[in-house]
Design a protein around this ligand. Structure first.
Ligand code: NFS
Length: 593
């Protein structure tokens, strides 16, 4: 039986609450109300339903029950989880592939508007793979690195090359257990093959491949995405930004970029600063163009350019409900199909841009990296042309926004801790060894309308800070903290335990560090590896007091991240429903590999 929740149960964010009240006035549904109306299936949510073939779906509800083919609950749960991990790894890694192709096109001078912004990072990354850097032009190095990275997706044998950046002991463990990914696409394809009817039917063997697939994401697909984004758009460093719906402006053409890949959003940022486009916006009667972001695209341009974040995953519909958004420009991942129907109640245009993603009823302006700037300008002109259609009677923008400072890449944390002449993780290791900091918690991942938006994120962040735990964040979790003001310099230090406070004050860092988008969870792998290499805490990641939490997860990508974190030696905790709760004894004690 559906149960309607109160608005304050939907979200702890006051801006969201205002918008949800507005939705109620306008009798418009959102993910929050749809979650109330759509009672989840207990069998499916526990991973106990097998719909891998036409003999089913088989729903296993009793002890000892098997599917039509004889598949046991263990097998079915392992298959379902592995398929989800493969899908998550595919999403991240396909993003990584596109970034590698963009690096190639840029190196060849065929990518309009792009350049190599961070030559130091290019040289650093190239040197991991013994690509010669001395005496070579950045384009030459980038060309070779792009070829190497592109080859990681289709590689059939051997080991993906970024895996060699893991601690030596961890690499050895992976080899002993035979889980080092051979190639990104190969592991994802094999995950689908093994879980087809009548294939791998030993749950431990299936899960072993889930680990291999997850590692292909963390130590290849996602890591490639982060590396190339930094090389092309600059490695993030602290910058002032803002978050929440109050960043949408009444008197400007509002363009919200939503999705994941920085290739398009960075170009829209560049186009929005073009005098000709600004003039065009003014000629349309506005005061110019106001860009903001949703989801991980928001993080990408927030941490590099200081472009404000309109919000996290559950804010995408709320931004449209303001009635003040001329265009929501989307690429891939975490984009709700409901946006199109909701936008029809306003003047907002939903513009799809990826060759991989179309939404029925949306306007499609296809992105092509070879003429990216031209396309970005075309998208902005479309938004500007739509400004005249805004109905002022339907406009409602909550006046709530918060300053924040994102941009804590692992390079910056290293520099910040040790100073420019002796960049090092020594002070962090020492602080842990002396007990002033009890450990590091990565609080990451999504919003989920089945729980109160941001509540769990903020609750665990605040509790851990009191317990002297340094918090690092990515994805929608980082935006949740940003909206609450926890990412603002030394704000919130009064709520922080004495040891952590002392370290934050000495080093000059906030107690919560925004490290980027979800693919940038690989930055956390790098931090943990560098902490191991710094010495004193142990010779592998599992010796570091580190935990990864995804309190409000909903995406298959979150499951892929959890898998590579566990397989890298981190402790992992998920909130909400477990996709394998039907086999708790088999999985819950495997939180550390
Ligand atoms: Ni991550 Fe980014 Fe947000 Fe979850 Fe979606 S935006 S990749 S999946 S919802 S954190």
């Amino acid at each position: 039986m559906a149960k309607k929740r109160e608005i304050q149960e939907y979200s702890t964010d006051p801006a969201a609450q205002q918008m949800l009240r507005r939705a109620e006035e306008l009798a418009l549904g959102t993910a929050f109300t749809r979650a109330d109306n759509m009672v989840p299936c207990n069998i499916g949510s526990a991973g106990m339903c097998c719909k891998q073939c036409g003999m089913g779906p088989c729903r296993l509800t009793k002890n000892g029950e098997v599917g039509v083919c004889g598949a046991t609950l263990d097998t079915i749960q392992a298959r379902n989880l592995t398929r989800a991990i493969a899908a998550g790894a595919a999403a991240h890694s396909d993003h990584g592939r596109d970034m590698a192709f963009l690096l190639k096109a840029t190196a060849e001078g065929k990518a309009e508007g792009y350049s190599i912004k961070d030559v130091a990072k290019l040289r650093q990354v190239a040197s991991y793979y013994d690509i010669r850097v001395d005496g070579r032009e950045p384009q030459e190095i980038a060309n070779e690195l792009a070829d190497l990275y592109i080859s990681q997706f289709g590689q059939q044998r051997g080991e993906v090359v970024p895996a060699r950046r893991a601690p030596k002991k961890r690499q050895q463990l992976w080899r002993e257990r035979n889980v080092v990914p051979r190639g990104v696409d190969r592991e994802i394809v094999e995950a689908l093959h093994r879980t087809h009817i009548g294939d791998d039917q030993d749950h431990e063997h299936i899960l072993e491949h889930a680990i291999r697939t997850g590692l292909a994401d963390g130590w290849a697909g996602s890591m490639i995405a982060t590396d190339v984004s930094d090389i092309l758009f600059g490695t993030p460093a602290p910058i002032l930004g803002q978050a929440n719906l109050g960043v949408i402006k009444e008197d400007m053409v509002n363009v919200v970029v939503h999705g994941h890949e920085p290739s398009l959003s960075e170009m829209i940022v560049a186009a929005s600063q073009d005098p000709e486009i600004i003039e065009y916006a003014k000629a349309a009667g506005s005061n110019g163009i106001n860009l903001s972001g949703i989801c991980c695209t928001a993080n990408e341009i927030l941490m590099r350019q200081g472009i404000p974040a309109a919000g996290n995953f559950l804010h995408q519909e709320l931004a449209i409900l303001t009635g003040a958004v001329e265009a929501m420009v989307v690429d891939v991942q975490c984009i709700m199909q409901a946006l199109v129907g909701l936008a029809q109640n306003f003047h907002t245009k939903i513009i799809t841009t990826s060759p991989k993603v179309r939404i029925t009823g949306a306007t499609h302006i296809e992105f092509d990296e070879h003429k990216a700037l031209t396309i970005a300008k075309q998208i902005l002109r479309t938004a500007i042309d739509n400004y005249k259609n805004r109905d002022r009677n339907k406009t409602f923008i909550p006046q709530i926004k918060q300053d924040l400072i994102p941009g804590f890449s692992h390079e910056y944390i290293n520099y910040m801790l040790g100073g420019s002449y002796r960049a090092s993780f020594r002070p962090l290791n020492d602080a842990i060894m002396s007990g002033r900091i009890r450990g590091v918690a990565a609080i990451v991942g999504c919003n989920n309308p089945r729980s109160s938006q941001d509540y769990l994120h903020n609750k665990v962040v605040k509790e851990l800070l009191k317990q002297d735990v340094l918090v690092v964040q990515t994805g929608c979790g980082a935006i949740a903290s940003g909206k609450l003001g926890l990412l603002l310099g030394e704000a919130g230090l009064s709520e922080v335990g004495p040891g952590l406070k002392e370290i934050c004050e000495t080093v000059g860092i906030p107690p919560v560090l925004h490290m980027g988008s979800c693919v940038d969870n690989t930055r956390i792998l790098t931090v943990l590896t560098q902490m191991v290499e710094e010495g004193g805490l142990g010779d592998d990641i599992d010796k570091i007091p580190a935990v990864g939490l995804a309190p409000e997860w909903m995406s298959e990508k979150a499951l892929a991240i959890a898998t590579y974190c566990v397989a890298s030696g981190a402790y992992v905790i998920f909130g909400g429903a477990s996709p394998v709760s039907g086999m708790p004894d088999r999985v819950s004690d495997r939180t550390r590999c």
